[in-house]
Design a protein around this ligand. Structure first.
Ligand code: NDP
Length: 364
């Protein structure tokens, strides 16, 4: 019998000791769980069209501060009038049996509140990254979902993306030897000073919370290790109107128990999207590394650098992520990027800020 692509993805991941994102497909009932999308902004525009490619997920409700936008989106995505809410009426979602999962795609500073309200309404939660403004908020979100016996997953889409999964497999399988140095760079030159990303109350911080978190995540999921120490250096022009309350560039180093180290860039002033893991026998490199599409891999093998093909995946990263949580809800399995994964990042992020502020290494 010819193995299916899905089987090959699972088998490849299993060989490397990775949790296969699609492992639950066979055991999940053949039905689609209803998602309520909270916040109809830029990233919701990326997510909403991807439900069309899901097999276990559908859009059931929309939550927006703009009734006109909600009506327009409802028409486009086939959401009934009874599935439209604003931020005041949000709690009534508890009476909507069509909604199984609430997807919080709001500014970071609102993740905590809406996760708590969703759990209180008896709904499972998918919450965007960064999980919250602080580790204390993240802890409260985990506790609330646990008390309500609801799943909590964080929107770490790269764990569902084929190139990133292949890079993880290569490193974990020892194909580049023992990882020694990870380099991960993420940044972009941010625009409008009036946007919420540059307002500390709504963003929790600057580039690190928004884009540098991809460098942190990559260093952790590529090595499969948790850092024991961080050292960070910040560089922000406080006379720039964009950086009145949040940081621009904050670079950090992580030390892992195996002796591997990571050099990470986080910037709101320059464009970066790549990572490289250098091991004792070679390296794997990705640029772009964590984009919405078109991530490319190269590797050094037998002293030669060459393109490395990205395995075909049965689903894009967005619909795979949505279906994964639906499958977890239906089967009772834990998401591969549960709330605890978001909390680990929040604790490391707080240590990074502390290291930069106090100009010293911080142990974790
Ligand atoms: P946007 O500013 O584009 O959208 C946020 C939406 O939240 C707004 O359109 C608005 O929707 C709603 N909102 C409610 N209250 C406020 C408020 N006080 N200020 C601003 N907006 C508010 O942000 P993004 O969609 O880019 O980001 C949202 C979240 O998604 C963030 O946590 C971000 O980190 C994450 N994200 C994740 C990505 C990923 O790849 N995983 C990529 C991009 C973002 P409405 O008008 O409907 O009320």
């Amino acid at each position: 019998m010819k193995p299916t692509r899905r089987f090959l993805m699972q088998f490849g991941a299993a060989a490397a000791g990775l949790a296969p994102a699609s492992r639950l497909a066979a055991s999940a009932p053949d039905r689609r769980l209803g998602y309520a999308i909270v916040g109809l902004g830029g990233y919701a525009d990326v997510i909403l069209p991807r439900f069309a490619e899901c097999t276990h997920s559908r859009v059931a409700a929309l939550v927006s501060g703009s009734p006109e936008k909600a009506r327009r989106y409802a028409e486009r995505y086939g959401v009934p009038q009874s599935g439209l809410y604003d931020y005041r009426t949000f709690d009534r979602i508890r009476d909507n049996p069509d909604v199984d999962i609430v997807y919080v795609i709001l500014p970071n500073g609102l993740h905590h509140e809406y996760t708590l309200r969703a759990a209180a309404a008896g709904k499972h939660v998918l919450c965007e990254k960064p999980m919250a403004n602080t580790a204390a908020e993240a802890e409260a979100m985990i506790a609330a979902c646990r008390a309500a016996d609801r799943k909590l997953m964080i929107g770490y889409r790269c764990h569902f993306e084929a190139a990133n999964r292949e890079a993880m497999r290569i490193v974990r399988a020892g194909e580049i030897g023992r990882p020694r140095v990870v380099t991960a760079e993420h940044g972009f030159n941010i625009g409008d000073p009036a946007q919420w990303r540059l307002d500390r109350a709504l963003a929790g911080g600057g580039s690190l919370m928004d884009i540098g978190i991809y460098s942190l995540q990559a260093a952790r999921y590529l090595t499969g290790e948790e850092p024991t120490q961080v050292v960070a250096m910040e560089s922000t022009d406080r006379s720039d109107p964009r950086f009145k309350t949040v940081e621009d560039t904050i670079n950090f180093q992580l030390r892992f128990p195996s002796g591997a180290v990571a050099n990470c860039v986080s910037s709101y002033g320059s464009h970066h999207n790549r990572y490289r893991v250098v091991g004792t026998e070679g390296w794997i490199d990705a640029e772009p590394g964590t984009a919405y599409s078109g991530n490319r891999l190269r590797r050094l093998k037998d002293w030669r650098a060459e393109d490395h093909p990205v395995p075909e995946a049965p689903q894009n990263q967005f619909s795979a992520q949505l279906d994964h949580l639906s499958q977890c809800v239906m089967t009772g399995a834990e998401p591969i990027v549960a709330g605890e994964e978001g909390l680990r990042d929040m604790r490391i992020i707080e240590a990074i800020y502390r290291s930069a502020r106090e100009e010293r290494a911080v142990s974790l």
